[in-house]
Design a protein around this ligand. Structure first.
Ligand SMILES: Cc1cc2nc3c(=O)[nH]c(=O)nc-3n(C[C@H](O)[C@H](O)[C@H](O)COP(=O)(O)OP(=O)(O)OC[C@H]3O[C@@H](n4cnc5c(N)ncnc54)[C@H](O)[C@@H]3O)c2cc1C
Length: 567
């Protein structure tokens, strides 16, 4: 890729360039620079994570939709959502989306990873193989055990609040047959209980805090913020560096070994397409020279669609009224200032439940629904809370069959990509959505909640038939912020695969993708810690490949050629 006259060469030589200091990028920067021989450049388009609302958990609400921390993306109008276009938040700051997310610690289900192992024909992606990696990162509040790790950078704590309405929801869920659980992270997340969170004493524990801050002084790590990578640079099929823009100047940085895209499920496919890797015809139409025709780039978008159901209740206090007056707000503020506990110590979703959408369906062997239950209600995100007591039960289908896409519309790197999640585009997903709304109604009608006379205010009791419920799902559905799969992992001869089982971009040298975009199928739960695990594994692979090269042994690859061979 030719560089323009104004392009400046970045001083210094780097072995690896990581694009994006989000969940995955922070882990990689830490693990790769453990070896003092490895020089790493970490580029982040956003700024430093010095905004106070990143750190106070409730500040989640002020980071989403804020240009200081969010890319401010929007989806296309979605046919399955009755033509609505959604805000699609993505972190744009050190820590990436882990700096603005809901902090829920969730690994997913054993079968998710066994499926990845099947798709890649690589047992090292199975649950049994990835569990030690999850444990290696972890610092669990209960210490080390068969399921959990201690002493790692990734702190996991219990929440520092309790709400009566959430306790009652939990009892009601149990009365409908969902068992209680005190740990969603043993590989089977069936049950109802409080989520565990990535926090330290009531303060957000992002990937940046866990993995980047402790190593900022390493001389072999260079971090540049405000560095918007425009494209990856190739010599023939070998990736040699990146071009990025910062301070209105274009820079070129060279990578001796590899460039690693960790720009997230929206921006990694965007960068590949801008760099000539993607569907050849699409790229040619935009005037982009094709380096490698890979039609899977930007396809296979999967996300969790949350269906928010809100219930007005009598005789029990929720955040709506507890924070309605100045003295209530003062009490909440004092509770956080003095003890780092109470409503400010968490994002809205506090209680969780995993259940089957159709308990009579014998083919459904594990939960396919996740609940995020909130002691509050509002009409739309960003609007004021209702003035009456109410709770919200948001339910999402864990393994949707709908597939969307993310593609560039122009060769201009500053133009947002076209995001089309294509929610509720299959009959199956629409049926699951209707069943999810029915199950929520059963929970609301169970004795523990019935005594508070719950009145459904969202979507509303007027929706009753199968057709009406499916329509209601389209009316209330919104993202729960888990896009994955747009650079999916697979076998090198799988036409839809973008990276191989070692996360190398198929058909070129010296380029990997390491972030949520490589998941071939979405995990059955929140996606942050699975992404972190992927980056931990990738750091092992990258260092293994480097050791192999240094030892002079050729690395046998099914890829076009060894990723390190031309270094
Ligand atoms: C609002 C919200 C709430 C969520 N809640 C939870 C939760 O409670 N629990 C959970 O498990 N998951 C949650 N998630 C999902 C989880 O945070 C993500 O799955 C995870 O952070 C993805 O990590 P990543 O490394 O793939 O991408 P990201 O963390 O998004 O990192 C990508 C980074 O790359 C940078 N970047 C992008 N393009 C460029 C470029 N061209 N040049 C330079 N830098 C670039 C971005 O600015 C960003 O810093 C939530 C996400 C959001 C947005």
């Amino acid at each position: 890729m030719p560089t323009t006259k104004a392009t400046r060469r970045v001083e210094g030589e780097f072995d690896y360039i990581i694009v994006g200091a989000g969940t995955a990028g922070c882990v990689l920067a830490n693990r790769l620079t453990e070896d003092p021989e490895i020089q790493v450049l970490l580029l982040e388009a956003g700024g430093k994570d010095d905004y106070h609302w990143i750190h106070v958990p409730v500040g989640y609400l002020y980071c989403i939709g804020n240009p200081r921390t969010d890319w401010l993306y929007k989806t296309q109008p979605e046919p399955g959502l009755n033509g609505r276009s959604l805000s699609y938040p993505r972190g744009r700051v050190l820590g990436g989306s882990s700096s603005i997310n809901g902090m829920i610690y969730m690994r997913g289900q054993r079968e998710d990873y066994d499926e990845w192992a099947r798709i890649t024909n690589d047992a090292s992606w199975s649950w049994t193989s990835v569990l030690p990696i999850f444990k290696r990162s972890e610092d669990h509040y209960a210490g080390a055990s068969e399921s959990h790790g201690a002493g790692g950078p990734w702190r996991v704590e219990k929440q520092r609040l309790k709400w009566k309405i959430l306790e009652e929801f939990s009892k009601a869920a149990q009365q409908t047959g969902i068992p209680a659980t005190d740990d969603f992270n043993r590989g089977d997340n069936t049950g109802v209980g409080y989520f565990d969170v990535n926090q330290k004493r009531g303060i957000r524990w992002s990937a940046s805090k866990a993995f980047l801050r402790p190593v900022l002084k390493r001389p072999n790590l260079t971090i540049i913020t405000g560095a918007h990578t425009q494209r990856v640079v190739f010599e023939g099929r070998r990736c040699t560096g990146v071009e990025y823009r910062g301070d209105h100047t274009d820079y070129l940085a060279n990578a001796r070994c590899e460039v690693i895209l960790s720009s997230g499920a929206v921006n990694s496919p965007q960068l590949l397409e801008l760099s000539g890797i993607g569907n050849g015809a699409r790229l040619q139409n935009l005037g982009i020279e094709v380096v490698r025709d890979l039609r899977g780039v930007g396809e296979n978008l999967q996300d969790h669609l949350q269906l928010r159901m809100a219930y007005k209740v009598d005789g029990v206090r929720t955040l709506n009224t507890a924070s309605a007056h100045w003295w209530g707000k003062l009490m909440i503020g004092m509770q956080y200032a003095l003890f780092q506990s109470g409503p400010m110590s968490m994002s809205p979703s506090q209680l969780g439940a995993f259940a089957k959408s159709d308990p009579d369906d014998r083919s459904l062997t594990r939960p396919d629904l996740e609940y995020h239950v909130q002691p509050l209600s509002l009409d739309r995100f960003g609007e004021p809370l209702h003035r009456f007591n109410a709770f919200t039960a948001s339910v999402c289908q864990l393994r949707p069959t709908s597939r969307g896409s993310i593609h560039i519309e122009s060769a201009d790197a500053s133009a947002p990509p076209l995001i089309a999640p294509n929610y509720l585009s299959t009959d199956y997903d629409r049926r699951v959505a209707a069943n999810a709304l029915r199950l929520t109604r059963r929970i609301a009608a169970a004795p523990a909640l019935a005594r508070y006379r719950p009145q459904e205010i969202l979507p509303g009791v007027q929706f009753q038939t199968e057709e009406e419920l499916q329509q209601a799902a389209g009316a209330v559905g919104t993202t729960i912020f888990h896009p994955v799969g747009t650079c999916r992992m697979g076998l090198s001869d799988d036409p839809g695969a973008v990276v191989d089982n070692r996360l190398r971009v198929i058909g070129v040298d010296g380029l990997r993708v390491v972030d949520a975009s490589v998941m071939p199928t979405i995990t059955s739960g929140n996606t942050n810690s699975p992404t972190l695990m992927i980056a931990e594994r990738a750091s092992d692979m990258i260092r293994e490949d480097r050791r192999t090269r240094v030892a002079g042994n050729a690395v046998t690859q099914t890829n076009a050629s060894p990723s390190m061979s031309a270094v």
